[in-house]
Design a protein around this ligand. Structure first.
Ligand code: GUN
Length: 297
């Protein structure tokens, strides 16, 4: 079998178009421009790339983009003060603090100081609790993007066996929760899982989010299963230079799977598109306006 490639790049462009159209309506009908503030502490090169690309796409869909690049040695109090300021700024509807933060800053404290209504990452404990109890919340961007692709490909996911490999707060846990809310039977597997290959072989849907290059080989995949690869790992090529690979071995998995997301061009573009979608959703909620259809769950 050769898997259908789920084109996240094309799907993300459609999501951004939808967001852009809604932003234009908000401006024309209500004089409101959604605003997203991104806070980056320190100079982590990968984080700098993400933040730049978030800012560029925010502007492209017509929203206001504010970037705060802060010194790696800034104090926790200064950072909390900045977040307080953004919480109180009515032109800002979404706040994202890029992770990881330097070690001297308490990430949980910082994230939980963001107004939950502006928490477009969906990491605040209130949003985690709302998602966990099936209530309306801000949904973490990467799992939201994965779910949008799964719904687009399958329609209903009800009754499917889903295995999420990885238990991070950013991807694994919220992904499992979203799949459970879709009435999947969900297993969260991780580094201590016994007989991991056999566990993964039960899955109709595999979501790999472990951060280990090409860890999942094709012989772990049930024929016809859908494979969502969240990993973005840069590895050395034998002939020199580097290339990006996911957490699944694409060559062998795409021979067995029914559908698969590529790396790059799968989950990655959907994450930023969902950040923009969450910002427009947060803006509509803040102004008591109808939310755009199909941009959240
Ligand atoms: N670092 C890696 N992924 C993310 C994300 O989704 N949100 C934030 N804030 N930081 C990240």
């Amino acid at each position: 079998m050769t898997a259908t490639v789920i084109d996240g790049k094309a799907f993300a462009a459609k999501v951004r178009d939808k967001v852009g159209a809604h932003v234009a309506r908000l401006k024309a009908d209500h004089g409101i421009t959604p605003g997203l503030a991104v806070v980056l502490v320190g100079e982590d090169p990968a984080s700098q790339v993400y933040v730049r690309s978030k800012g560029k796409m925010t502007v492209e869909v017509g929203m206001k983009s504010v970037e705060h690049r802060l010194d790696k040695d800034m104090s926790e109090n200064e950072l909390l003060e900045m977040i307080r300021h953004l919480n109180n700024d009515p032109t800002i509807h979404g706040i994202l603090v890029q992770l990881p933060l330097p070690d001297h800053l308490d990430s949980d404290l910082v994230i939980n100081s963001i107004d939950p209504a502006k928490d477009v990452d969906g990491f605040h404990i209130s949003n985690v609790g709302l998602l966990g109890t099936g209530q309306k919340s801000m949904v973490p961007c990467t799992p939201l993007g994965c779910l949008m692709m799964l719904r687009e490909h399958h329609g209903s996911l009800s009754g499917m066996n889903a295995v999420v490999v990885g238990r991070s707060n950013i991807v694994g846990k919220p992904m499992a929760q979203l799949l459970l809310n879709e009435s999947c039977t969900v297993t969260i597997a991780h580094s201590r899982t016994k007989d991991l290959p056999d566990v993964v072989r039960q899955a109709d849907i595999v979501v790999a989010a472990v951060g280990r290059p090409e860890m999942v080989p094709g012989d772990w995949i049930k024929p016809g299963a859908t494979v969502i690869d969240v990993g973005i790992n840069r590895i050395d090529k034998p002939e020199g230079g580097t290339r990006l690979v996911g957490d699944v071995d694409y060559a062998s998995c795409s021979d067995v799977a029914g559908a698969i997301t590529p790396v790059p061009g799968g989950v990655g573009p959907m994450t930023i598109a969902c950040l923009l979608a969450n910002t427009v959703t947060a803006c509509c909620r803040a102004n008591d306006l109808d939310e755009p259809e199909g941009l959240t769950v």
